[in-house]
Design a protein around this ligand. Structure first.
Ligand code: ATP
Ligand code: MG
Length: 397
């Protein structure tokens, strides 16, 4: 029996891709697919029309390559496919292998020809291969709700046969949209927000504010674990840890309790912006969702925006907590986020923060702060940590 030649067939959505953007999109997608599977053995990548083929002839772990591809932003779906010459006999042989030992009550063949000069039409292929399956298993054909769908894609040089394509994240490949600095707390929301930006093609720089030594270092450990997890979607990650406790202590000295939350947030935004600009960020991102907590009213959001020179993107603004939590579980950030810790915002925070601060109120609250010095202090105190996924293979002498 001939050996099955495995490959991963990656589909992306072209809808929404302007013509001029496509080469850039494909370049980033190809680079990220290669990087995502770089520790799993040889993968050679080929662009076909409307899809990308990962040739795994010499790869020992095709399923794992498929699983990695399913987590690459920009991938609409991916399937483990088998390559055969474009002859009916070869197609039948691989279809036979794919249904071997599989139980299914109904199936359909979905044949597609990428070039129309192939001697058989898609309908003829569907019929021939369908009859071949019917001779071998007690199943019926169901075109609308088949338990098993066998895809046959005929290209001039070869044909790909696959079942069970799985959905990827969709969106755009990381790197295609530029860099954003995401404010990453240890909470549930901001890691999801950071991921949403990745899904729109952004490379995310993580910025976390901590209150060591006023609070234990658990928030830093959580930020690190979250950055490591999120790096699985962008391959290289940078986390900036900013000491914020001293800055908060100064705020407490002059700012009345109800105004503190907004003042803290405005300081975070200014510091994150300065750090982000140094690294090419074109926007900031936060995990705010409208009305979720006192600081997330339209008025307070406006006050926070006024402190920033870069746009502040809030990808979760219209999401419910339940939706955000479900996404955090899917991403595997939820378990990290719910680890108990004291966020810096629990330090020196009033019982009843102002929910609707006006511009003049916030200016008055900040009047006695030396803002440039506090921002410079945060920027100077920041430390950088780097993450990578998968770990780069280091050359062995
Ligand atoms: P999260 O679940 O992301 O912590 P939250 O619902 O607790 O959000 P807030 O405490 O109002 O909401 O924080 C709003 C946003 O401000 C967060 O989503 C995050 O982007 C940013 N933020 C808050 N605290 C920190 C921090 N310690 N370091 C970095 N960013 C922070
Ligand atoms: Mg929080």
């Amino acid at each position: 029996m001939t050996r099955l030649r495995p490959a991963v067939l990656v589909h992306y959505h072209e809808i929404g891709l302007k013509r001029g953007n496509r080469p850039l999109f494909l370049r980033h997608l190809a680079r990220n697919l290669t990087r995502a599977a770089s520790d799993l053995g040889p993968v050679s990548l080929r662009q076909l029309s409307g899809r990308i083929l990962l040739d795994l002839d010499a790869n020992p772990a095709p399923e794992r390559v498929r699983d990695r591809a399913l987590r690459v932003c920009g991938v609409a779906s991916a399937a483990l496919a088998y390559r055969v010459p474009s002859t009916l006999d070869a197609m039948k042989a691989v279809v036979g292998r794919l249904i071997e030992g599989r139980k299914f009550a109904s199936f359909r063949i979905t044949a597609r020809r990428a070039f129309k000069t192939y001697p058989m039409t898609s309908m003829e292929l569907n019929r021939e291969l369908g009859a071949f399956v019917l001779e071998r298993v007690p199943a019926r054909v169901d075109l609308h709700d088949a338990e098993l769908e066998i895809h046959v894609e005929v290209l001039p040089a070869e044909t790909f046969v696959y079942t069970d394509p799985s959905a990827g994240p969709g969106g755009l490949p990381v790197g295609a949209s530029g860099t954003v600095a995401a404010l990453l707390s240890g909470g549930i929301d901001s890691p999801v927000a950071a991921w949403r930006m990745m899904k729109r093609g952004c490379r995310v720089l993580f910025v976390h504010f901590h209150s060591v030594p006023y609070l234990p270092a658990t928030s830093q450990a959580k930020a690190r674990a979250l950055a490591a997890r999120l790096t699985e979607w962008q391959y290289d990650g940078h986390l900036l840890l900013v000491p914020f406790g001293e800055i908060q202590r100064e705020v407490v000295l002059t700012v009345p309790p109800p105004a503190r939350v907004v003042v803290y947030r405005r300081l975070m935004v200014r510091i994150a912006e300065a750090l982000g600009r140094e690294r090419g960020a074109l926007a900031l991102a936060t995990g705010e969702s409208l009305g979720q907590v006192a600081s997330q009213t339209l008025e307070n959001i406006a006050r926070i925006d006024e402190a920033a020179g870069l746009p502040i993107l809030r990808p979760l603004i219209g999401m419910d907590k339940l939706e955000i939590t479900a996404e955090a579980r899917r991403l595997g950030t939820f378990e990290i986020s719910i680890e108990p810790d004291q966020d810096c915002c629990t330090l020196f925070v009033p019982m009843h923060p102002a929910t609707r601060m006006s511009e003049s109120e916030v200016r008055a609250a900040e009047a006695r702060l030396d803002l440039p010095r506090l921002v410079a202090q945060g920027v100077a105190g920041a430390t950088l940590e780097t993450f990578e996924f998968p770990a780069r293979a280091h050359a062995v002498a």
